[in-house]
Write a protein that binds this ligand. Structure first.
Ligand SMILES: [Zn+2]
Length: 326
């Protein structure tokens, strides 16, 4: 896959780059494993500040990494984003370590590492090494010359990817909203917010909703997972985003892919007594037999109770989305 295709993929945020140094590639003396993440790149990684305590000298957070070598996908691994203070006198050092042999084992100094975060996930990254002399290497170096503030690391383009600060702001905004009465529809025009802010809000909403439902579907309790902890379960907006529905956890419902699709298309709704309802027209379709079996069953509620989906949101969904199928 060409680098331009990988970088223009809407599901992934703007990339950052790092020119690999000797101590990233296992060739430096006294080398520790993994790749150093410099101070300037830290805002683009998940916060591990919350893990810090005065006595801890190491902290880590596992992230899922899709490894690529010269544009070719190799494998998905769980790696650690961690910091370490060694022998007290040394400054704290941040690294990506563990399971990165397939890309760092063969990389050489001045090969370039591109790092992209999946827009909706806080802990899913693409780590892509381009070796000197490979097809896309010169194109990347030209972009670094053009957009990069530093030759060795920075943002590979004109738009800033989502940062830890964007996420903190999105979390604060959601908490403020959720402390008050539910506002089901946003009046603020989307064009007024930056892409990074929108990504941060969506990612925060997703995390809040999945946590509130224990990571499984509120309708069927299922949720397929990969070995690196990725889930098919999605955070559905009850009043949909494209109609102005807000990123408030009370406008959210965790649903498996199949039930998310069915909910968005009005195959089912949630009745006043919080059980699943289905229009007759949809019940009559033989392919919908599995869903029909769930009619009348209560949906699983979010925990804690303040996170529960609002009656107002379900009522709007019944009147505006389910109604056309009746
Ligand atoms: Zn489901």
């Amino acid at each position: 896959m060409g680098v331009e295709d990988l970088l223009s993929d809407e599901d992934w945020d703007q990339p950052v780059y790092k020119l690999l140094a000797r101590n990233d590639t296992g060739t430096a003396p006294g080398h520790q494993g993994g790749c150093v993440i410099t101070k300037e790149l830290l805002p683009f990684f998940p916060s591990i500040a919350s893990l810090e305590t005065s006595t801890d000298i190491t902290a880590k957070r596992s992230i899922s990494a899709h490894l690529f070598w010269n544009g070719e996908f190799l494998c998905t691994v769980l790696t650690d984003f961690r910091y370490e203070t060694r022998k007290r006198q040394r400054a704290r050092e941040y690294r990506l370590t563990r399971n990165l042999g397939p890309i760092l084992g063969t990389a050489k100094p001045n090969d370039v590492l591109l790092i992209q975060r999946r827009s909706l996930d806080l802990d899913v990254f693409r780590l892509m090494v381009y070796s000197k002399g490979s097809q896309d290497y010169d194109w990347i170096r030209e972009r670094i010359e053009k957009y990069g503030k530093s030759r060795r690391w920075g943002v590979l383009g004109t738009r800033q990817p989502m940062t830890v600060e964007d996420l903190a702001q999105a979390q604060n905004r959601l908490q403020e909203r959720e402390a008050g009465e539910l506002v089901l529809f946003d009046t603020e025009p989307l064009v007024m917010t930056s892409t990074a802010t929108r990504y941060a809000r969506s990612a925060t909403f997703r995390t809040r909703v999945l946590d509130a439902y224990g990571g499984t579907c509120a309708v069927c309790d299922k949720g397929l997972r990969t070995p690196d902890e990725q889930t098919e379960v999605e955070a559905a907006h009850i009043a949909p985003k494209n109609r102005g529905g807000t990123d408030d956890v009370r406008n959210g419902l965790a649903l498996c892919r199949s039930h998310h699709w069915a909910f968005d298309n009005g195959l089912f709704g949630v009745a006043e007594d919080r059980t699943l309802l289905m229009p007759q027209k949809c019940r009559d379709i033989p392919e919908n037999a599995d869903l029909r079996m769930l009619v009348g069953k209560p949906i699983r509620e979010a925990e804690p109770p303040p996170c529960r989906a609002s009656d107002e949101a379900f009522s709007w969904h019944r009147d505006n989305i389910v109604v056309m199928n009746r």
